[in-house]
Ligand binder design. Structure first.
Ligand SMILES: Cc1ncc(COP(=O)(O)O)c(C=O)c1O
Length: 437
């Protein structure tokens, strides 16, 4: 084991020994290298004559660059866009995202949490999480209806087992009995449980009520209380897009971050979907767990291991992307702009609800509960989802996602409010076409 990794492990174990046990062997071995990076940082401070440490190119004007690259970037300077960003992410962006987390989640007010570490989108955050905390053979508790890429990240790349449970009960809420059974049986069998909590959910578009959120936290805390190591990965990719009053407004991370010493909460979120910059690839990983004494050194150690993992995969996330997100978040127009886009999506979601209340659709499908995010799902009653998907595409030029035998996912995030009635009427027509003898 590298001595720097051993030192980080010692700091983590002093603050909370459970965390050290939860780390995967890769997570335990990770560290942030001193080497070239720290020598470069020292030189940045002191080498006022010649600084020949950095792995970029410079000329008399500063950072060497092509005018054809800088031209479209307007007032931005090469130093604030083209140089490497730190593997941890831009310090100002990390601070601002943490402040924004507290603003969006008032319950975090008095809770000690880590500084967010910047990833290249939420997907990279999830795979970094997987490297640090998931061992081959570990169980990941997820609902049957889930974002398909979890399979790639956890099952294919890591060799973990995805343990699925039913998502909704017949009363139109989450089937938390099924969730509890899966958590309990994994806790008893392995003494370690990883739950992946994604709300607003893909594909259903559901966010728990306050009571459901309480119960989810209780179920995980009970498993921790019973002796299991519990890791809750909170995938908040669509955070903030809550459209109806009953959807809980705060992230589950708030309820979990200081709940139990054997419960680690890891928040995975990003500007990608929240700030409508999908291709800029800016995401974040933030940790929360009870710690004895000063929490800061423990969080710093976790941040260093996380940045070490990033150093060994993508080295660092795009500086230009981080700069754009930082500038946007600092803009006085930012809150208004975000609110406007939120209102557009909310109007669409409410219009979908209104249109689907028409009893004419009842023979063709049931509507899964939804109150948030980008999507909603139909459960088809009479035709196969894939047959309908292909038919709608070929006959009507309408593209939807078929999931399993009977589910069809509709991304209302990209359908204009005025087109929503027409969209569902075409889907109904498609069902009727296929139902004809
Ligand atoms: C639940 C969920 N998590 C994460 C992601 C990935 O987000 P990003 O584009 O930031 O990698 C998606 C994207 O579809 C998603 O649906």
């Amino acid at each position: 084991m590298n001595p720097i990794a051993a030192q980080l492990n010692e700091i983590i174990a002093q603050g909370n020994p459970n965390l050290l046990q939860m780390l995967s062997p890769i997570g335990q071995a990770l560290f942030f290298p001193k080497g070239i990076l720290s020598q470069g940082a020292e030189a940045k401070e002191k080498a006022h004559r010649f600084n020949a440490t950095i792995g970029i190119a410079t000329d008399r004007q500063g950072t060497m660059h092509l005018d054809s690259i800088m031209g479209p970037l307007g007032d931005l300077r090469p130093e604030e866009t083209l140089n490497y960003a730190p593997s941890f992410g831009l310090p100002a962006l990390r601070e601002l995202w943490q402040a924004a987390l507290r603003g969006k989640n008032p319950g975090l007010k008095d809770k000690a949490i880590s500084l967010p570490v910047v990833t290249a989108g939420v997907t990279h955050g999830l795979s970094t999480f997987s490297d640090l905390w998931v061992c081959p053979g570990d169980g990941i508790v997820l609902p049957e209806m889930m974002w398909g890429n979890y399979n790639m990240i956890f099952q294919v790349r890591k060799g973990a087992r995805i343990l699925t449970h039913n998502l909704f009960n017949d009363a139109g809420g989450l089937d938390l009995d099924a969730f509890a059974r899966t958590v309990r049986s994994e806790a008893e069998a392995r003494g370690k449980v990883i739950a992946l909590l994604n709300f607003p959910q893909n594909p259903s578009g559901y966010t728990p009520t306050e009571a459901e959120a309480d119960r989810i936290a209780d179920i995980l805390a009970e498993a921790a209380d019973g002796g299991a190591q519990v890791i809750a990965a909170v995938d908040d990719a669509y955070f903030g897009l809550f459209y109806t009053p009953e959807a809980a407004r705060e992230s589950l991370f708030v309820r979990l971050a200081d709940r139990h010493p054997r419960l680690l909460a890891v928040k995975l979120d990003g500007a990608t979907k929240e700030n409508f910059v999908w291709g800029l690839r800016v995401g974040f990983i933030t940790y929360g767990c009870p710690v004895t004494g000063d929490a800061r050194p423990v969080y710093e150690a976790l941040e260093k291991k996380t940045a070490g993992c990033i150093r060994g995969t993508i080295s660092n996330a795009s500086h230009l992307s981080q700069r754009l997100v930082l500038q946007s978040m600092r803009s006085p127009d930012y809150p208004r702009e975000k609110q406007e886009k939120f209102e557009t999506l909310k109007r669409r979601a409410l219009r979908v609800k209104q249109v689907l209340a028409d009893p004419k659709y009842a023979e063709a499908w049931d509507v899964y509960p939804f109150n948030s995010g980008y999507f909603m799902c139909l459960r088809l009653k009479t035709v196969a989802a894939e047959d309908l998907r292909v038919h709608l595409l070929d006959r009507y030029g309408v593209g939807l996602i078929a999931l399993g035998e009977a589910n069809l996912r509709v991304a209302f995030s990209c359908i204009e409010e005025d087109d929503i009635q027409a969209l569902f009427d075409i889907i109904l027509q498609g069902v009727q076409d296929l139902s004809q003898p």
